[in-house]
Design a protein around this ligand. Structure first.
Ligand code: ADP
Length: 547
């Protein structure tokens, strides 16, 4: 017997329609590439997104066509999220920090028909356009009177003029909620990038889950600033979660340095922000250097790579800002786990609470996880045993875009498919997951594993250290031993022995790195993560003194 409830498909357009109808006056504030702040309401945003959808339709875009963006976090990018997805096409967000060759490869692989870009990226567009003959239109997102004349890019047009050609009376269509809505490629640190293709249903469910009190606790009283870019896994879903709950959105555009972000936080009363640890390093340095305080920020989600405990502590103890440590990946839209205490933990001593909050945390409803050994046997949840982390859920991919004949899943004895995350983790009795490493970064010493993340977290807490990375280096006796690579803070005087001293009594002695090497900067990838592949390359001829 079927239930007797209305069959309303879960479509992203319904989120923006809801925001426009029920939070019509709530603002979206954006720093523009033109330099100034732009503000309008959800009502206005929805109207322009519909008009854009109509313009796209007039330009021949139909169901399933891909429309790409190379853009900062801003209102035009938001309109593309909804305009493209809401009409039944697929919004493909591209990370501008990738190499132009990789961008051209991705554009061709996705078969994008239109690319909308912030004018900042014009030189990049000029470099890739000749290699992407299938792109029919390149839309420059800038006021028409500010658009540079005489572009060499064929098919270049202005976003505002293009949008103005759309019909304002156009209405959102209804269709199957399993229709594709958005495409994100992983950064491809190994081999070519791979596309994760989200559906309307997965995106709406993810937006609901992200809003939950033990996730982002997003509400209509919030002003949310995603520092995490809209070109990286849909800014962790905030462009959907924000309008879903009726929160004000504050979009920082191209100015992501500590000073600009701080000023925007204060001017717009930002209560909640989200970003990777490296952006917070810049912000915290600015605040500490200028003895500033946050007047409205009360919490922040930090994820994408392990958040150093020292950062969690600095936010909480110095600035009264709660850090919600989160873990996820492109293949899971991206939210998997977040660290928030349960009722039973409230009576624990502060030190034990702190330890829990440093973990990557508990799953949200919708995502299931487990750890397994190399033959797929499930491992115990004791907080000590580590294994390969597998996930499943309605916002986890089944396979990669245009690789449908390859099955990335692992199947259990009941035939259920699980996605192997490539992460190694422990899970404790209360279901708190803790990432030990990416499986390819874990250091194997004498048959035992050493967590590079744990060693990095301790190193970064040293006051002279700006950033730190640990890689495994070949060793004749132990197979591999850890090497600590450090970028010092400007002007800091510190020796290898000073830094190694921080490990004393805090880790098993045999985990201590065999050596420290100083570099000017730790290389970061397109999403702000430490590029260990590059470091391994850089240190390929290095020999440990113990070897
Ligand atoms: P890419 O795979 O392209 O680098 P993703 O953003 O999808 O980009 O990366 C997901 C990976 O990032 C995870 O599998 C995990 O290794 C790492 N990661 C994400 N969040 C955390 C976290 N809080 N702690 C440790 N690692 C994290």
């Amino acid at each position: 017997m079927l239930g007797q409830m209305m069959d309303m498909p879960l479509l992203v357009s319904s989120i923006l329609r809801h925001a426009a109808r029920h939070f019509g006056e709530t603002e979206v504030v954006s720093r523009r590439v033109e330099g100034n702040l732009h503000r309008y309401t959800y009502a206005h945003c929805e109207q322009r997104s519909r008009q854009l959808a109509s313009a796209l339709q007039k330009a021949g875009i139909t169901d399933g066509d891909r429309v790409a963006t190379i853009a900062w976090n801003g209102y035009r990018h938001l309109e593309l999220y909804y305009g493209v997805g809401g009409m039944g096409a697929v919004i493909h967000t591209i990370n501008p920090r990738l190499h132009p060759e990789q961008i051209a490869w991705i554009l061709n692989h996705a078969e994008d028909r239109i690319v909308a870009f912030d004018i900042t990226f014009l030189p990049l567009i000029e470099a890739v356009a000749p290699r992407c003959p299938n792109v029919k239109r390149w839309l420059a997102m800038i006021d028409p009177d500010r658009q540079p004349a005489g572009s060499k890019v064929p098919g270049m047009a202005n976003y505002e003029e293009f949008l103005a050609g759309g019909d304002t009376a156009w209405r959102w269509p209804s269709f199957d909620e399993n229709t594709a809505v958005a495409l994100c490629y992983t950064s491809g640190t190994t081999g070519n990038p791979k596309g994760a293709l989200y559906s309307h249903r997965s995106t709406v469910l993810h937006a609901y889950a992200a809003a939950l009190p033990d996730a982002m606790a997003a509400s209509a009283r919030d002003a949310i600033l995603p520092v995490v870019p809209m070109f990286h896994v849909n800014a962790w879903g905030i462009p959907f979660t924000g309008p879903l709950v009726g929160a004000k959105l504050v979009l920082p555009g191209p100015q992501m340095d500590g000073k600009s972000l701080y000023e925007l936080f204060e001017a717009e009363g930002v209560s909640f922000a989200a970003g990777v640890p490296t952006v917070w390093l810049g912000l915290l340095n600015h605040i500490e250097g200028n003895q500033l305080r946050f007047s409205s920020l009360n919490r922040t989600v930090i994820g994408g790579s392990a958040c150093p405990p020292a950062m969690i502590q600095a936010f909480r103890e110095k600035y009264g800002v709660d850090v919600i440590h989160a873990w996820g990946m492109t293949e899971m839209s991206p939210l998997g786990t977040l660290s928030r205490l349960q009722n039973k933990h409230l009576s624990l001593p502060p030190e034990s609470q702190r330890k829990l909050l440093e973990k990557q945390g508990h799953t949200v409803f919708g995502v299931d996880m487990k750890i397994v050994d190399d033959t797929g046997n499930e491992l115990p949840w004791d907080g000590r045993t580590y294994g390969n982390l597998l996930v499943r859920g309605p916002w986890v991919i089944t396979n990669y875009f245009k690789s449908e004949d390859e099955d990335p899943l692992q199947y259990d004895s009941e035939g259920q498919g699980w996605f192997p995350t490539g992460d190694v983790a422990t899970i404790d009795e209360d279901g708190f997951m803790h990432i030990t490493d990416r499986s390819k970064d874990v250091i194997k010493s004498g048959g035992e594993w050493i967590s590079s993340i744990e060693l990095e977290n301790l190193a970064i807490a040293h006051p002279a250290v700006a950033n730190a990375a640990v890689i495994g280096v070949a060793h004749p006796k132990w197979d591999e031993r850890p090497l600590l690579i450090v970028a010092k803070k400007p002007g800091a005087e510190v020796t290898a022995a000073d830094i190694l001293a921080i490990y004393e009594g805090r880790i098993a002695k045999w985990w201590t790195p065999d050596d420290v090497q100083f570099v000017d900067a730790i290389p970061l990838g397109a999403t702000g993560k430490i590029l260990k592949t590059k470091l391994r390359e850089q240190f390929k001829d290095y020999r440990l003194p113990t070897a």
